[in-house]
Design a protein around this ligand. Structure first.
Ligand code: CS2
Length: 498
């Protein structure tokens, strides 16, 4: 992901001092940023957070300036490098068929690079003014076993952080060290709010963080048991920014922004209302505060993300670069429509929600021709995503003796994709924490789909220990995998779509 393209010297760089002079029509923060004080630390300040939570916070700072965000990146300093010269300001550019609509967001007061500013970041997280630490560290940032949701004690970052607990690298390590400092100072814990696409993301975060704390010190583990970890369901599609996007945004706002964020009009945030240390009035800016988020998470992960991953693998293999292109192929649309209607919707228990309307809205969002969302981007980290997007639904249906034709195609397409070789013999750049292991499995399997299936299904962190031996699962996935090799993705999609 490129972050800084060529900077056009004829335009000023976006910053506080040029806000008043941006091109007409550019919405800018409607509050005095000098009055905003930090109340939230956000770990994992990537594009998603900047298109989602930071926008909700931007909407509420006029009424309540005590909730500014200090963002931190745990891996790369690139966000800090892009935003620091811009006083934390950046543009979100909302794209629909009518055009691109820019808005400058001011809720991020500062970006810190955890690697070079670890001590300062931990000190800030221990400060009583910080009442919420939110997270978008992606699935793999939880250092867990995706199939069980338990902390992976052998994860290199966890091994490191247990050996060096006061200089942690991982998100669980950072949270626990900051909480330990608060406990030692007699400061009440912050609320930990996960905004990642994980099932029961609050509970999952809590399980991992308390386990890590207990491994450090059983007393600390018990104290961390008392920390609130509300779950949230987050939704907004955010393609990676390209240099062409940068140029377009510069033209629209009349200033150079090193890292604008491109997104869609739709946004949704459902939050479990459990914030003992206080929270901003998120409900006044469009978030839904509820007692139980889990049904919403299931719905979103299985419908949106399950369809997305299926389109990503089967679409990439079929030669489609973008989701909107996949949606231009009637066979793929039929597959996705059928997957959601016949196979996912019956597994969801959502009284009062019109699932048919939700599905149709998703199909409309996927069709957004202006969004340019790459199948390759969604295909990343499949080993971490498959369990909650496809395999949970598959398990529910198998338990009920129901068919899994379309869901199994999603899994088979993933297996075909992670071989790293496309249908024309070209290389696929497979990005995944298990990429090396999967590459070795594919190399051993050669051109035998059955051997590839056996090798991949034995990855228990993805498939657990139940699916490998399940006859109906084996039959459906292997049949589709053979078809993907013999006939290719487009023909297989057409066949399975019916
Ligand atoms: C996508 C998600 O990249 C992916 O895996 O499925 O990022 C998706 O766009 C978001 O969850 C939408 O809210």
């Amino acid at each position: 992901m490129a972050t800084t393209g060529e900077i056009d010297v004829t335009k000023p760089r976006l910053s506080q001092s040029v806000l008043a002079n941006l091109a007409g029509g550019t919405r800018v923060p409607a509050y005095d940023r000098t009055k905003v004080t930090p109340g939230i630390v956000h770990l994992g300040i990537g594009a998603f957070h900047r298109a989602h939570m930071a926008v909700y916070v931007d909407d509420l700072l006029a009424a309540d300036p005590g909730w500014g965000i200090i963002g931190a990146s745990l891996r790369r300093p690139d966000t800090k490098e892009a935003l620091e010269p811009q006083d934390g300001l950046y543009t979100i550019a909302v794209r629909d068929a009518a055009g691109t609509h820019p808005r400058v967001i001011g809720s991020i007061l500062e970006v810190m690079d955890a690697n070079s500013e670890r001590e300062a970041l931990l000190a800030l997280m221990a400060d009583p003014a910080i009442r919420i630490v939110s997270l978008t560290v992606t699935e793999k940032g939880y250092c867990h076993d995706p199939a069980t949701g338990e902390l992976d004690r052998n994860h290199p970052d966890i091994v490191h952080d247990l050996a060096h607990p006061t200089a942690p690298k991982s998100a669980p390590g950072m949270l626990v060290e900051a909480l330990a400092r608060r406990r030692a100072a007699g400061v009440m814990p912050f609320t930990v709010m996960s905004c990642d696409n994980l099932p029961s993301n609050g509970e999952t975060a809590k399980r991992i963080v308390t386990r890590f704390a207990a491994l450090r010190d059983p007393d600390l583990g018990r104290w961390v048991e008392g920390v609130a970890f509300p779950s949230t369901m987050v939704d907004r599609i955010v393609p990676s920014t390209t240099d062409a996007d940068r140029a377009e945004v510069a033209g629209l706002i009349g200033a150079e922004d090193a890292w604008p964020i491109m997104t869609e009009p739709f946004t949704q945030w459902v939050i479990e209302d459990r914030f003992p240390a206080g929270r901003p009035a998120f409900e006044t800016v469009g978030a839904q505060l509820v007692r139980d988020v889990e049904p919403f998470e299931h719905m979103k992960l299985r419908m949106l993300n399950g369809a997305h991953s299926t389109m990503a693998y089967a679409g990439y293999l079929g030669g489609y670069d973008y989701i909107a292109e996949v949606m231009g192929d009637p066979a793929y649309v039929k597959l996705i429509h059928g997957l959601m209607t016949e196979e996912v919707m019956p597994t969801l228990d959502m009284p009062g929600v019109d699932l048919g309307a939700y599905r149709d809205q998703l199909l409309e969002r996927f069709r957004n021709p202006a969004l340019r969302h790459r199948t390759w981007q969604i295909a990343m980290d499949g080993s971490q995503k498959l369990p909650q997007r496809l395999l949970g639904t598959i398990r529910d249906r198998l338990r009920a003796g129901q068919g899994i034709e379309r869901l199994a195609l999603g899994v088979a397409a993933w297996m075909r994709y992670v071989t790293g070789v496309d249908e024309k013999g070209g290389e696929i750049d497979v990005r995944d924490p298990l990429a090396l292991r999967m590459h070795a499995i594919a190399a051993d399997a050669g051109d035998d789909p059955a051997a590839l299936f056996e090798g991949l299904v034995a990855l228990s962190e993805v498939f657990g220990t139940d699916l490998a031996g399940h006859a109906a699962f084996r039959e459906a996935v292997l049949r589709h995998l053979e078809s993907l090799f013999d006939e290719g993705a487009r023909a297989t999609v057409a066949k399975v779509a019916g």
